[in-house]
Write a protein that binds this ligand. Structure first.
Ligand SMILES: [Zn+2]
Length: 195
């Protein structure tokens, strides 16, 4: 009758999957886990080890501390579970803490769903099932929303010509904001261009 940790995790997983989209609080989840004190840790494992998109108040402003919400039944692809902390940090830094699909920045409200803070994961450029490796050259920062396929943008990077047209059509205010973003990203190059 000892349920053990895996038992509690399985119960929580089943409960989350039966309640997709419903906000649940800690009392409910503790009970589902059989009252064990480690229930929150098991929930965390569902996120970090199994890739379930269980959101908390850190992700979604409408949630209060102690509330949890599973957004979708589909776990994120086994993102980078085998990848070391160092590689992870290296890739995030190299990618400027910016999603390589939509350009959202870690910690800022997501451009396609401002109620959610952008959370970055490490994803494979060539999927592991296609022979992609776990090394920095095959890894990139990708946000939860792009991972869910929700931002609906293609993986192609916009061409210079297209992008330039878009930028020059926007207001001067927007162009100046963009200029500030780029100068912050490329301070050295900006200096060189001016001098
Ligand atoms: Zn993204």
């Amino acid at each position: 009758m000892v349920k053990g940790n895996n038992g509690a995790r399985a119960m929580l997983r089943a409960h989350f999957l039966q309640n997709i989209g419903r906000i649940m609080d800690s009392d409910e989840l503790r009970e589902v886990a059989g009252g064990i004190s480690e229930w929150a840790r098991r929930v965390r494992e569902l996120r970090t080890e199994e890739g379930y998109l269980i959101l908390t108040h850190n992700d979604l402003s409408e949630l209060k501390p102690g509330q949890y919400l599973l957004k979708t039944a589909k776990p994120e692809p086994a993102f980078a579970r085998d990848i070391s902390k160092e590689t992870r940090a290296f890739v995030l830094d190299r990618n400027g803490f910016t999603c390589q699909m939509c350009g959202a920045t870690a910690g800022e409200p997501h451009p396609y769903d401002p109620s959610r803070k952008t959370r970055l994961h490490i994803g494979h450029i060539i999927d592991k099932s296609m022979g992609g490796i776990d090394e920095a050259a095959n890894l990139r920062a990708i946000c939860s929303i792009c991972n869910e396929g929700a931002s609906n943008i293609t993986q192609d990077r916009p061409s210079f010509v297209k992008l330039k047209t878009q930028v020059l059509r926007s207001t001067n205010e927007t162009q100046l904001e963009l200029l500030a973003v780029l100068v912050r990203k490329f301070p050295k190059q900006a200096e060189e261009l001016i001098s």
